[in-house]
Design a protein around this ligand. Sequence first.
Ligand SMILES: Nc1ncnc2c1ncn2[C@@H]1O[C@H](COP(=O)(O)OP(=O)(O)O)[C@@H](O)[C@H]1O
Ligand SMILES: C=C(OP(=O)(O)O)C(=O)O
Length: 577
Amino acid sequence: MTMAGYLAVSFTGLASRNSAVDSRSWVCGAPMERLCNNVEWSKSKVPGGVRAVLQVGSEAKEGLSKNVEGVLGLDVVSESEPREKGFLSMGKTKLVCTIGPACSSMEDLEVLALGGMDVARLNLCHNTREWHLDMIRKIKKLNKEKGFCVSVMIDTEGSQVHVVDHGAPSSIKVEEGSIWLFTAKKLDGSSPCTVQANYPGFSEGIKIGDELVIDGGMAGFQVIEKIGHDLKCKCIDPGLFLPRAKFSFWRDGRILERNNELPTLSTKDWADIDFGISEGVDFIAVSFVNDSSAISCLKDHLSSKSPKPIRVLAKIESLEALHNLENIVEASDGIMIARGDLGVDIPLEQIPTVQEEITYICRQMNKPVIVASQLLESMVEYPIPTRAEVADVSEAVRQYADALMLSGESAIGSYGQKALSVLRLASNRMESWSRYEGRQVLPHKRQLGLSPSERIAEQICNCAAEMADNLGVDAIFVYTKHGHMASLLSRNRPNSPIFAFTDEESTRMALTLQWGVIPLFTDLTDDMEFNVIKSADLLKAKGVIQKGDAVLVVSDVTPTSSASSTAFQSIQVKTIS
Ligand SMILES: Nc1ncnc2c1ncn2[C@@H]1O[C@H](COP(=O)(O)OP(=O)(O)O)[C@@H](O)[C@H]1O
Ligand SMILES: C=C(OP(=O)(O)O)C(=O)O
């Protein structure tokens, strides 16, 4: 036998059958009281009925686990982590790696997976369809054959005004005082100091005297003449022109907000999305989202075309997106703070506060958030990061971002694996420092659910996370169909790892992006007691949990059988025996 019995407090009658708790003296009163106070629960309002139960246990229910057997889809990295580090020190912040030529072999990908890569990102603006197909297949093969749980994210190219040709194959130096022509016309190959933009309307509304800034400050020009739709400019801030460099325009010291007519999802993007659907990717990150309409449109497309749920992330990389932030977060399944392009559209000094604000809003609205770009940029070339980069990574972890992303560091850098281990070490360090120093900031949590059952689920997770911290349990177990309960727990950023058991493969893969959640695939039955015992036995058999470990179990399961339509929502505290 693995799991223990229960003290049950039912929501309908709120009757405590046994107020005694076991030898470890776990407390159930206070959180339960709060749970009840905060929920205006009315049985008659709940479709099909909801049973919410708090259970605290120590009595052994002998025999229940005798026939337990089954498969537990626990990935190899999560299996070894608690054994090596202990539960509390397990990494909570998820890690995303951009896959590129520097990490495209099976061996490279395996090293990244072993190093803690949770999500592999493929940026479809680079390389060929065949190359990306090969990468997706390799990652899926690794998961299948080597037991990893790495999800696949494709990132659309999107439409933005950028340079298509600046007369050189790579970067080019821009000298102070040099005169350049910016045009949308195709270059004939021999036009020095001429730059071709991808969008004919790039110069609309621009006046003589305006400043044209490249890639957020790589170089700067002043417009000295308008020739038709072309701009003649003088370099006032020397620097570098990179391939695909982006423009921003400034007037009187302020950035000009410009709505171009480029669609968020181009014809190429739609073709790439259908490719992603056919290859069964887990996430689609949409570039240059300006409002929620592109996200809603993509979600409609996915619900009719994709045989499995694919999560849609909005990349926040424009001023317009910031104006529509809450609507975009609401419409999406998650957010990427694309600091690279965002730094072209807003002044660089605003990036840190904007990042903190977006991270906060995402947590309020219970959507996972990735902090992306230039986290360890110097590691594209050097084997160690700058101290400032480590501080930047730590700050994103302190802000409780769900995930951190490597870009060029893993895609083209010489030290991708090292960069990943720097992310891991720096995030582990900040997570444990915040925990031991009690520096965790617990913001007021916005109420999310509207229906009674949604509100109960939310309150159960809030209280369960608080209980888990107060009791110092070793792990939290949650049983979840679509990942909602797991995400509600994760939103509370509890100290213990959250083992999320699901029988939906797409839920398992989506949870790879959620802070502190270890997703596991297992069969779930309508018998919650059996599910708990079975999953505990399987984790025990793998050496992940041990006798004496305290586990807080949260469930929100609507039975599949027609015999009972009652949802079973509960918190139980168990000792592994
Ligand atoms: N699939 C790929 N093939 C070739 N190069 C890639 C690929 N993915 C990324 N890169 C390289 O890595 C760099 C970082 O990639 P990414 O994070 O997509 O940022 P960005 O496109 O904004 O530069 C890119 O500039 C590109 O040089
Ligand atoms: C992640 C980003 O997007 P991309 O790599 O597509 O430029 C970014 O701009 O920070």
